[in-house]
Design a protein around this ligand. Structure first.
Ligand code: NAD
Length: 490
């Protein structure tokens, strides 16, 4: 049906593409125009069980494959992704609502992540350390956990796949990937690429389906050794509870309500540019998007006027010339519209947007006008809840201390950004923002794949992916003590 997406997307289990056992399908809709892109296997418990069994069957063989060889296979996946980068990018664009250029760019980011973890096959360092006992030698090694359940969100689908699959596999785990229901084709093409370069059958299995029907049985499955989840804090909380019973290792990468502070000494033009980028690129669908813009009182009128003028000029649509595209689905759009409406009823001022785009060019797609809001309390629902769309709220701060306090007045703690020329403010902010990431003089997003990303509070459970730290999610450390006996030397 165009865009390289086949009409039907089955599951990948043990190297075979198979429909759901019950023969059920669901439709994947285009965010650009609402039409059906393809139909997708609607998996349930029995499909999940089959995928976990396939992953288990392949696990020992993969664990026994030397890490360097595992890395070489991952490297081959990266190379093939490079050869097919625009094809993958077009699929990402078709099912997310972003532009083909953004899709290809995101694929490039996913390849960077793959490159980093492919090379981990040559490292996977343990530690050699001291011992308090004579003739005793202490060291650590990393071992695979076993079968990994990988559950991801749709917002940056190829990056989300890469951030989990590459570290899981290089550590010697096999995996069951539960694709996001809105981006099944991205998972499909990644798995197809991986198969085409010789990833052994069963090492990566893909289960398509809905959260409660396919995700929940995966979380509950007794033969899963590690669960890595990227998604909402609500589902993350459920997974944490479900996993507690079995003490299974979990990594939760959850939501954000990230602040961008504009100080009175900031370069205003650049601060406006980065505020717009943080709030509106990827249609605001980033865990790291900048949804709270905290501006010093003395420059607030000037900043607001400049931001408003430029926001009203933003082009919204599916092409490379547009600044932002559609949001992922109708439900998400409806939720945002009702959050804005509730804020309006509570007295918020809607400075820009706040509505769906219904002109002929956008009418059938899931397009939200870039939205700026002011006049809400820091503890109002719209200030505290993640909306996950192109919506930002402006707040005034009397001074630096108030701006920092506002930054930290959130149940989330993922990223924060400050625009200032002051070294003192920059470093103080970096040390006192209660978040997992701080950025000085750019956007609230932009983490690199060799760095440990993650957040505090409702943003996660303290684990970090990707970067070297992701190895702690996907491998077990083992201490090894070797005692030698001097009497046995001769
Ligand atoms: P979501 O939590 O609704 O869904 C995410 C995934 O979980 C999907 O694959 C879904 O099918 C699955 N799921 C849903 N219910 C489940 C259940 N009961 N058991 C198991 N799996 C289930 O999230 P969403 O709305 O699709 O994604 C947006 C969220 O993801 C935002 O909160 C965003 O901030 C977050 N996110 C976080 C990061 C990060 O790295 N911290 C990155 C991207 C997105």
């Amino acid at each position: 049906m165009g865009n390289g997406i086949p009409p039907e997307l089955p599951n990948l289990i043990g190297g075979e593409w198979v429909p759901a056992q019950a023969g059920e399908w669901f439709d994947n809709l285009s965010p650009h125009h609402g039409a059906v892109l393809c139909r997708v296997a609607r998996s349930r418990g029995p499909d999940v069980a089959e995928a976990v069994a396939a992953a288990r069957a392949a696990q020992q063989g993969w664990a026994d494959t030397p890490p360097v060889q595992r890395g070489l296979i991952l490297n081959a996946i990266v190379n093939e992704m490079g050869r097919r980068q625009q094809e993958i990018g077009d699929i990402v664009a078709a099912e997310t609502g972003k532009s083909p250029a953004e899709g290809a760019g995101e694929t490039g980011g996913a390849m960077q992540c793959g490159l980093f973890f492919a090379s981990e096959g040559q490292r996977l360092y343990g530690r050699t350390t001291t011992s308090g006992t004579p003739n005793k030698y202490a060291s650590t090694i990393r071992e695979p956990r076993g079968v990994a359940a990988l559950i991801i969100a749709a917002n940056t689908p190829i990056a989300n796949v890469a951030w989990k699959v590459f570290p899981a596999l290089v550590c010697g785990n096999t995996a069951v990937l539960k694709a996001a229901e809105d981006t099944p084709a991205t998972a499909w093409i990644f798995a197809e690429v991986a198969q085409s370069v010789g990833l052994p059958a069963g090492v990566l299995n893909v289960v398509q389906g809905l959260g409660d029907e396919a995700g929940a049985p995966l979380v509950a499955h007794e033969d899963i050794d590690v669960i890595s989840f990227t998604g909402s804090s609500a589902v993350g909380r459920y997974i944490q509870r479900a996993a507690a019973e079995r003490m299974v290792r979990i990594s939760l990468e959850l939501g954000g309500k990230n602040a961008l502070v504009v100080c009175d000494d900031a370069d205003l033009d650049k601060a406006v540019t980065w505020s717009m980028a943080s709030a509106f690129t990827n249609a605001g669908q980033r865990c790291a998007s900048g949804s709270r813009l905290i501006v010093f009182e003395s420059i607030y009128p000037e900043f607001k006027a400049a931001l408003l003028a430029r926001t009203k000029e933003l082009r919204v649509g599916p092409t490379n010339d547009d600044y932002l595209g559609a949001v992922i689905n109708e439900r998400q759009l409806t939720n945002m519209l009702s959050a804005v409406e509730n804020a309006r009823k509570d007295g918020a001022e809607i400075l820009a947007g706040g509505h769906r785009l219904t002109d002929p060019g956008h009418a059938n797609g899931f397009y939200m006008a870039p939205t700026l809001i002011a006049g809400v309390e820091p503890d109002a629902p719209i200030s505290r809840e993640e909306l996950f769309g192109p919506i930002a709220i402006l707040y005034r701060a009397e001074n630096y201390n108030e701006a920092l306090a506002l930054t930290n007045r959130s149940p989330y703690g993922l990223t924060a950004c400050i625009h200032t020329k002051s070294l003192h403010r920059a470093i103080h902010f970096a040390r006192h923002a209660n978040t997992g990431v701080v950025v000085v003089n750019a956007g609230t997003y932009g983490s690199e794949p060799h760095m440990p990303f993650g957040g505090r509070g409702l943003s996660g459970n303290g684990s970090r992916e990707p970067g070297t730290e992701a190895l702690d999610v996907y491998s077990e450390l083992k201490d090894i003590y070797v005692n030698i006996d001097p009497e046995m030397l001769s």
